[in-house]
Design a protein around this ligand. Structure first.
Ligand code: ADP
Length: 165
């Protein structure tokens, strides 16, 4: 049983994240999608809202996708949930510096936990949660970027008049 953790902000969940989870499931038996709670980024959706969105999307996975929040050291968390690997997505070369630093640091800290990178699909390479938030704020169409229930949640959030983070 090989398990991996896919950590991130998921603010909100996008088609890019979903594709990474689906492709990671062709390699790993179980993926734990882990919403980072102590991010320095100001968030639009609360952690419970983000957990709910991700759980809703993967509700039919038959337990292969778990959704949790976590804080603290990622490598400790990976061990705690019985996983041996970290999954990250790579979109552009601009993702590389930060990701390489994190992957090397996590391997040094853990002495064995590997980070696996999946290249974003071409059609998703330009999707980021921040671009989605920006388009939704400005009233643009995000239907090709996120699942329908995320689109609805975005519309509701901006109807509430909440400022963007
Ligand atoms: P973080 O703040 O940790 O980068 P994100 O929610 O922005 O959290 O991203 C979580 C992971 O998903 C990261 O590895 C990121 O590279 C990946 N990711 C985000 N958007 C896409 C996309 N469109 N295609 C593939 N991977 C993506």
């Amino acid at each position: 049983m090989r398990a991996a953790v896919f950590p991130g902000s998921f603010d909100p969940l996008t088609n890019g994240h979903i594709d990474i989870v689906e492709r990671a499931l062709t390699i790993f038996d179980r993926i734990v999608v882990a919403v980072v709670t102590q991010s320095s980024k100001k968030s639009l959706f609360s952690v419970p809202e983000r957990l709910e969105m991700i759980s809703h999307h993967f509700r039919g996975s038959g337990g292969k996708v778990e959704v949790q929040s976590f804080s603290g050291l990622l490598v400790e968390y990976v061990r705690q949930v019985g996983a041996s690997a970290i999954i990250r997505g790579l979109r552009a070369i601009s993702d590389y510096d930060y990701e390489a630093q994190m992957a090397l640091m996590n391997r040094t800290l853990s002495g064995g936990i590997e980070t696996f990178f999946l290249m974003a699909r071409e059609e998703n390479a330009y999707i980021s949660s921040s671009v989605v938030r920006q388009i939704a704020l400005l009233g643009g169409d995000v239907s090709k970027l996120v699942p329908p229930f995320v689109e609805t949640a975005l519309r509701r959030k901006f109807a509430e008049g909440r400022p963007i983070g």
